[in-house]
Design a protein around this ligand. Structure first.
Ligand SMILES: *[C@@H]1O[C@H](CO)[C@@H](O)[C@H](O)[C@H]1NC(C)=O
Ligand SMILES: *[C@@H]1O[C@H](CO)[C@@H](O)[C@H](O)[C@H]1NC(C)=O
Ligand SMILES: *[C@@H]1O[C@H](CO)[C@@H](O)[C@H](O)[C@H]1NC(C)=O
Ligand SMILES: *[C@@H]1O[C@H](CO)[C@@H](O)[C@H](O)[C@H]1NC(C)=O
Ligand SMILES: *[C@@H]1O[C@H](CO)[C@@H](O)[C@H](O)[C@H]1NC(C)=O
Length: 426
């Protein structure tokens, strides 16, 4: 008589040959399992489809007014996967929804808690400066971390000890100015017509309109005090050309091409306040590559850490979460789908396009899937000195297998696919 185990293994083998579901040796104590519906995104950002809120047998066509352009961009809001449930605070803000501030030679638009109430810890500004145009010399009470989106700028700062850092940065590079450090930003005269960049602030209620500007301060200081301050007591005429109103963004005097000619003193800070991330080779992963940058490599960046993630077609940033930090995300290129899991069965799926912001509260589980036909590239930014994440796959691989099987009913073949090392992008 064949033993129970021989019988069972023959059944398992037969089942596999027949293409049936694999037989797990340990099943969770329930009769109720997840649906077999793969729940894909129903359309891409393809202008020819008619976005209809129908998924399988559920839903019905829209009869009333419809913003078709927005529905095309948000298929998983109009026709969510059946795995979505309950309420999650809004996690998407396209910079296109921000009110722009046009200036003399550029513009700036921002996202903070007033635009996106979920984003309590981090605010951002998207700024454009034409060739030679300067963002007026200023400072603010938040620290500033920046990512160059296009073009080139020259930036400078000084420390409380009177040390100087000045550097040129280009597309894909970073800078970091600690809270209160004064700084300058001027776009170079280049073939792309200046620069565009992303500024990240470690305060959710930061406002670009509430920074401390050089001209604004002096215009609001008694003129005889200004003269006295510069050792020219009584000589008011020397200060006749201080602007009455802030300059903010304006075409400045051309800078020397050679940065060394521009420096008043050579750089002498203990570490750089800029970081050439564009010249760092990404760490290859199964589905793309990642560049982690935090205070371990970019020493100045004490309150912001980040990852630039590249996901190839068909790839995905694996299921994971960040233990203590919210994630501020920015989509640079490609198309993405992201489901955020908020505990208590609450989960919602969103779609992202270039220029969109995501914000994921601490510990909320999520993934980022490349749903387009081109490379997906995005930033994950955190208000911390060191980047941290927890990978679901790694957690399961490092937990006793019997315990994992009792939760999820995986068979041995599935168990053998778990990876003890973090995959990051699969
Ligand atoms: C940029 O350089 C070009 C070529 O040298 C020059 O014609 C132009 O005036 C410069 N623009 C600015 C804003 O300095
Ligand atoms: C006042 O300052 C101006 C500008 O620096 C200078 O040309 C002028 O000689 C000064 N006058 C006096 C009386 O110091
Ligand atoms: C930056 O930090 C790393 C790690 O803490 C350290 O090894 C390195 O010497 C620091 N570099 C500078 C320039 O301070
Ligand atoms: C990056 O990769 C290229 C090509 O493989 C190599 O030549 C270069 O030295 C690498 N750079 C760094 C900083 O490792
Ligand atoms: C990708 O290409 C396929 C085949 O050409 C097309 O059906 C699909 O709509 C495209 N997807 C996107 C996101 O453009």
């Amino acid at each position: 008589m064949p033993s129970y185990w021989t019988l069972l293994s023959s059944l398992v083998l037969l089942g596999r040959l027949a293409g049936a579901a694999p037989v797990a040796d340990i099943l969770p104590p329930t009769d109720s399992f997840i649906s077999s519906d793969p729940n894909p995104q129903l359309w891409n950002n393809d202008r020819t489809v008619d976005p209809v809120p129908l998924r399988g047998s559920r839903g019905a066509a829209v009869l009333g007014p419809q913003n078709v352009q927005l529905d095309l961009l948000n298929p998983d809001l109009l026709a969510p996967p059946t795995t979505d449930n309950g309420q999650v605070p809004n996690i998407k803000w396209p910079f296109s929804m921000s009110h722009n501030r046009l200036a003399n030679g550029g513009w700036a638009r921002q996202q903070n808690v007033y635009a996106m109430p979920t984003a309590t810890e981090i605010a951002a500004v998207n700024m454009r400066l034409d060739s030679g145009v300067a963002r007026e010399m200023h400072w603010h009470s938040a620290a500033e971390w920046a990512y160059m989106l296009a073009g080139d700028v020259r930036v400078s700062t000084i420390t409380p000890e009177g040390q100087v850092w000045m550097a040129d940065v280009t597309q894909g590079d970073l800078w970091y100015f600690p809270a209160g450090f004064p700084h300058s930003i001027q776009a170079k005269n280049n073939s792309v017509g200046g620069a565009e960049f992303l500024l990240i602030f470690d305060q959710g209620d930061f406002s670009e309109d509430a920074t401390f500007l050089l001209t604004d301060w002096l215009a609001h200081t008694p003129k005889d005090v200004v003269a006295k301050n510069f050792g020219m007591q009584g000589n008011l005429t020397a200060f006749d050309h201080i602007p009455e109103r802030e300059l903010y963004i304006f075409p400045s005097a051309p800078m020397p091409e050679d940065i060394e000619e521009d420096k008043v003193i050579p750089n002498n800070t203990p570490y750089p306040f800029t970081f050439p991330l564009s010249r760092v080779n990404g760490t290859k992963t199964p589905g793309g590559s990642v560049k982690v940058v935090d205070s371990r490599t970019f020493n100045a960046s004490k309150t912001i850490s980040a990852v630039e993630v590249t996901v190839e077609v068909g790839g995905m940033r694996e299921l994971h979460w960040h233990p203590t930090q919210p994630e501020w995300g920015y989509f640079i290129e490609g198309e993405a789908r992201l489901t955020v899991f908020a505990s208590q069965s609450h989960a919602q799926t969103y779609n992202f396009q270039p220029g969109d912001i995501s914000y994921i509260p601490p510990s909320f589980g999520h993934y980022v899937e490349n749903t387009g036909n081109t490379t997906l590239r995005f930033l994950e930014v955190f208000k911390s000195d060191v980047f941290q994440d927890i990978s679901l796959n790694q957690w399961l691989a490092l937990t006793p297998p019997e315990l994992v099987k009792s939760h999820l009913g995986f068979d041995d073949s599935t168990m053998s696919r778990l990876t003890k090392t973090k995959q990051v992008v699969v």
